[in-house]
Ligand binder design. Structure first.
Ligand SMILES: *[C@@H]1O[C@H](CO)[C@@H](O)[C@H](O)[C@H]1NC(C)=O
Ligand SMILES: *[C@@H]1O[C@H](CO)[C@@H](O)[C@H](O)[C@H]1NC(C)=O
Ligand SMILES: *[C@@H]1O[C@H](CO)[C@@H](O)[C@H](O)[C@H]1NC(C)=O
Ligand SMILES: *[C@@H]1O[C@H](CO)[C@@H](O)[C@H](O)[C@H]1NC(C)=O
Length: 278
């Protein structure tokens, strides 16, 4: 320990001496050691600097590659049914999405799909934040991505529905935006709407997203949604024809006396500029 202490202080002394252009080395026995160590240290430093420069260069190349390579959504890659997108406000790195390039002019990025009941949707907050399910089948993209995408620029929302009798309908919203985690992903905007399903979403405007461990509506109706008191729609409800109020609901879409349960439900988003540019 003591020897290291001496060596270290000599190293510092020696440094200040060399800076003056004259080498003042008074303790002759350790002087050679010190000079040798010093040059080794200098060599290692030089090597580190060289490697740091290489790393920085590679990182810049990677950033440029990532930035230039990936589209931000399905509207920017019109022939893709599946692709990697990059949303800078979400992450530097891309993630995979599926696209609908046919419905209502195409260019849609899928954010939710109910199809056959294979995926449990009665899940917790952290699951809804991150997203879950099978990209090609039943899934939810996740609230963090939904917020990042819809707040990056104005987005449209297209809801496609089909009941258990094969009746299909849709509703289109022209300004759909989901808030950040800090306001519990509040449904901040839906815009104006049109379609043959009828509006069942505006009722939920300004409401926070809740999951089963965070609210009585989610617990009671066995889903997750922007519940108010409690719901006019819930596309994250239980799957099945006989679920009643616990089911996948869009209350304005009914072919008979009662609400229809949805056999298929899809939520798609697209930048609003897509329609005006077309
Ligand atoms: C180094 O030079 C400065 C002036 O440039 C002087 O004040 C100092 O005493 C010198 N130190 C040694 C160790 O020679
Ligand atoms: C999509 O279109 C681009 C040109 O716009 C082309 O380079 C690419 O190969 C196409 N991809 C597929 C899967 O057709
Ligand atoms: C978000 O939800 C949590 C859990 O219900 C609650 O404690 C918190 O106050 C909510 N945040 C805001 C901003 O309302
Ligand atoms: C849709 O529902 C109506 C009842 O409102 C029914 O008569 C009709 O056959 C259904 N259409 C299809 C395509 O299933």
């Amino acid at each position: 320990m003591l020897r290291f202490g001496i060596l270290f202080s000599l190293l510092i002394l020696n440094t200040s001496a060399i800076e003056n252009g004259t080498e003042v080395c008074t303790s002759l026995t350790t002087c050679d050691d010190v000079l040798a160590t010093k040059s080794e240290v200098a060599a290692v430093r030089e090597e580190q600097a060289r490697q740091a420069a290489i790393l920085e260069g590679l990182d810049k190349k990677l950033q440029a590659f990532v930035t230039n390579t990936y589209p931000a959504n399905c509207a920017e890659s019109r022939n893709s049914s599946k692709l990697l997108v990059r949303v800078p406000s979400y992450s530097t790195y891309p993630f995979e999405v599926t696209c609908d390039q046919e419905s209502h002019g195409g260019g849609w990025t899928t954010v939710l799909r109910r199809n056959d009941g294979s995926q449990d949707f009665f899940l917790e907050w952290k699951d809804y934040q991150k997203g879950f399910g099978q990209l090609d089948n039943e899934f939810f993209i996740g609230l963090d991505k939904l917020h990042a995408m819809t707040s990056s620029e104005p987005h449209e929302l297209l809801v496609l529905l089909e009941n258990f009798y094969g009746n299909q309908s849709y509703e289109l919203y022209d300004n759909f935006r989901v808030g950040p985690e800090s306001n519990n992903y509040t449904l901040e905007s839906v815009g104006s709407f049109s379609g043959d399903a009828g509006d069942s979403l505006e009722y939920h405007l300004g409401r926070q997203f809740t999951t089963k461990e965070r609210g009585d509506c989610a617990k009671g109706f066995q889903g997750a949604w922007w519940y108010y008191n409690c719901l006019h729609s819930d596309l994250c409800g239980m799957y099945g024809e006989m679920q009643g109020v616990y089911g996948i609901i869009w209350s304005s879409f009914r072919t008979g006396e009662f609400m229809d349960m949805m056999k298929r439900a899809v939520m798609l988003i697209r930048p609003a500029t897509f329609s005006t540019a077309a």
